[in-house]
Write a protein that binds this ligand. Structure first.
Ligand SMILES: NC(=O)C1=CN([C@@H]2O[C@H](COP(=O)(O)OP(=O)(O)OC[C@H]3O[C@@H](n4cnc5c(N)ncnc54)[C@H](OP(=O)(O)O)[C@@H]3O)[C@@H](O)[C@H]2O)C=CC1
Ligand SMILES: O=C1OC[C@@H](O)[C@H](O)[C@H]1O
Length: 394
């Protein structure tokens, strides 16, 4: 018989930047707004590599619990016995070292996307989680949206016939008249030291759609990794600014096209007027997903029939009136973490370890084909608790 007491997951937040605030505010919403009653979340600790004051300011900024511990180092956070799981919210350059710091300290981990900078790092994280019997998940939040779940069901139930092709784009229009992009060269979007570039930051969402529609839906015993052909235009910093990827699944006869960039936008007017960000095309019709690819508000089913049937489905993100109308959509991945830990699972079936690794292997190939080179300190797969990526240089 199901228990009426929700399972409570106690979170530690590692880093205090933009997405850490967004995610933490989602944790603080009432699960009832999304019809969830079996799990709930508490923020019990926050760490900043900058200072303990930054951690305290973070709690104030999110209107968080005054009971939460605040730390001025990541090492202190991972040593806190009250923390069940750590949310790693540093730039991608830091994910491998920070997630290893957590796992080595015996903590379960939800790590922001892209999981790592290289596939070898992802394999090392997975091997460590497995060896230590700990939960590890890449925070590809879009996969946990009811919209994504429904679309995967539509594909596997044959609603648009045999699916043959997915094209997906996530691009921002940041081009300036002088030829530069609208980011300082030190910004994590274009800075090689922070694993900058369109692919690891934005392209991962275009790939998420290719993989969740063409790979995740393949039967387990027939899983086929893609053959990858790609092209990259580089920015002046050496990071990729426009990247196009073809993922071919020849045994299944499938083709995925993922595009990303920072020159022209998927959604130039921010209202969806330019059309879908994603097209999933089957023999009997197609599913179109409206932008942005990371937080889609709507999908449409266009049937290949003489009546020209188009079904439009809006998927609003629930908001919490008691939290100032807040709700971003990251709570669904948090709920998944809680359920996995409650049920003793080390990985999520929605983004299994093997799939995170295949996606990182795909991105490895793209970066190699485009000759993007990141510094050794962020590509090494040797864990170093004293790495500046773990200590903030202190
Ligand atoms: N799922 C989503 O929708 C989104 C995911 N992301 C992902 O989250 C991660 C962080 O992005 P975002 O929050 O936008 O980044 P921010 O720059 O806003 O924050 C990153 C935080 O990481 C910590 N940090 C440690 N070392 C460094 C360093 N050398 N340079 C910069 N920051 C450092 C800092 O926190 P402190 O000083 O407290 O240690 C900083 O505040 C990225 O991997 C990104 O891909 C980003 C946006 C949206
Ligand atoms: O994950 C993300 O989604 C939203 C984007 O604005 C951000 O750059 C990226 O990291």
């Amino acid at each position: 018989m199901a228990s009426s007491t929700p399972y409570t997951l106690k979170w530690g937040i590692l880093a205090t930047g933009g997405i850490a605030k967004t995610f933490a505010k989602d944790l603080l919403t009432d699960p009832a707004i999304r019809d969830v009653s079996d799990v709930r979340h508490e923020i019990v600790a926050v760490a900043s590599s900058t200072s303990v004051d930054s951690a305290a300011n973070f709690i104030k900024a999110i209107d968080g619990p005054s009971s939460a511990k605040t730390y001025g180092s990541y090492a202190e956070l991972v040593a806190d016995p009250n923390v069940d799981i750590v949310y790693v919210a540093t730039p991608h350059s830091h994910h491998f070292q920070n997630a290893m710091l957590c796992l080595e300290a015996g903590k379960n981990v939800l790590c922001e996307k892209a999981l790592t900078v290289t596939a070898a790092q992802a394999r090392k994280l997975v091997a460590t989680a497995k060896a230590k019997n700990l939960f590890l998940m890449e925070a590809v939040w879009t996969r946990f949206f009811p919209l994504s779940i429904k679309i995967r069901e539509l594909i596997t139930s044959g609603a648009i016939g045999q699916v043959y092709r997915t094209s997906a784009d996530l691009s921002f229009g940041q081009s300036k008249p002088d030829g530069s992009l609208g980011f300082d060269d030190s910004n994590r979007m274009v800075n090689l030291d922070l694993a900058g570039g369109a692919l690891l930051d934005l392209g991962i969402y275009a790939l998420t759609w290719v993989f969740q529609t063409l790979y995740h839906t393949q039967p387990e015993e027939e899983k086929e990794a893609p053959k990858v052909v790609s092209a990259i235009n580089k920015y002046r910093t050496g990071a990729d600014e426009q990247t196009s990827i073809i993922c071919q699944f020849p045994k299944h006869g499938l083709m995925g096209i993922a595009t990303t960039g920072m020159r022209v936008a998927t959604d130039p007017d921010g209202k969806g007027s330019a059309g879908p960000a994603i097209r999933i095309q089957g023999a009997d019709g197609e599913i179109q997903v409206m932008p942005q690819a990371y937080r889609p508000p709507q999908y449409r089913i266009v049937k290949k029939d003489s009546a020209g049937t188009v079904e439009v489905v809006d998927c609003p993100i629930p908001t919490d009136p008691k939290r100032g109308g807040w709700g971003h959509g990251m709570f669904w991945e948090a709920d998944e973490c809680a359920r996995c830990l409650r049920d003793g699972k080390l990985e999520s079936a929605t983004i299994p370890w093997s799939e995170s690794i295949v996606i990182m292997e795909t991105m490895d190939q793209v970066l190699k084909q485009g000759d993007v080179q990141y510094p050794e300190v962020i590509t090494t797969d040797v864990f170093d608790p004293k790495s500046p990526l773990n200590t903030g240089g202190k």
